[in-house]
Design a binder for this molecule. Sequence first.
Ligand code: ATP
Length: 230
Amino acid sequence: MLQVSELSASYGAIRAVRNISLHVPEGSLVAVLGANGAGKSTLVQSIAGVHREKTGSVRLGGRAIQKLPLHRITRMGLALVPEGRHVVTSLTVAENLGLSAFSGRSRPDLLDRVYSLFPRLAERRAQEAGLMSGGEQQMLAMGRALMTDPKVLLLDEPSMGLAPSIIDIIYTAIAALHQEGQSILLIEQDATRALQVADHAHLLQRGEVHMSGSPAELANSEDIRKAYLG
Ligand code: ATP
C-alpha cells in the first residue's frame, strides 16, 4: 500500500534521514522506533509531503507521490497526524472534524466512525478544541485525519506528553483501527507500546534503519532492551 524507497531528507547540510526503505502492506501496522533526534519526524514528514528537501521515492497504491503537492497527497489517501497534534484551538471539535472533510462531499459515515472510535469527541462535539486536554486533542487530531478516509494513516508519536491512562485509550483506538483493516505507519519513541500493536517494526538510529523485524525480534534484541525497554 505504502512503499518508501531509498528516501533521504535534509535540512541544508544536515542529513536527517539516510536512504530509508520500508513498506506498509495493506491492512498492516508498521512501527518506526527511535530516540529523540533519530529522524522519525523528518521521515514521516517527508513521506507525507510536508518536508520537501528529499530524494528517493514514495509510492501510495503503486503511484509515485513524492513530487505531488500536499493537498493531492491527502486526496490520494495519505493522512498525517503530526507530533504535537496541531488542532485549531479556536474551533469546536465538530468544526475541526468538518475542516478536513472534502469540500462539497458530506461524509456522515466517516463522522460516525470517528465518534464511535472516540465517544469522548462525540460528547464534547461543541467544545472549543483549545479548552480540551492533550489526550482529547490527540483524539481530535486522529479523528481529523480519519475524516479524509485515508488509505494509510501516519501517526507521529501519538503518546507524546500524555498520561499512561490516556495513552491506553489512544492505543486501544489504534488497535481497533488496525483490526478494521486500516493501514498504519506508527512513529513512536515508546517502544513497549508500539511493539504491542505492530505487525512489523524498524529501529531508526541517526537517520538510518538500524534493525528491522517482527515485534518479538525487536523486543528480544539487546539494543532495544538496553535503550528503550529498560
Ligand atoms: P523527536 O522525537 O525529538 O522529534 P525525531 O526522531 O523525530 O526526534 P527529527 O525531529 O526528525 O527526529 O530530527 C532529526 C535530525 O534533524 C536531528 O538531528 C534534528 O536536530 C535535525 N532537525 C530537525 N528539524 C530540523 C530543522 N528544522 N532544521 C535543522 N535541523 C533539524
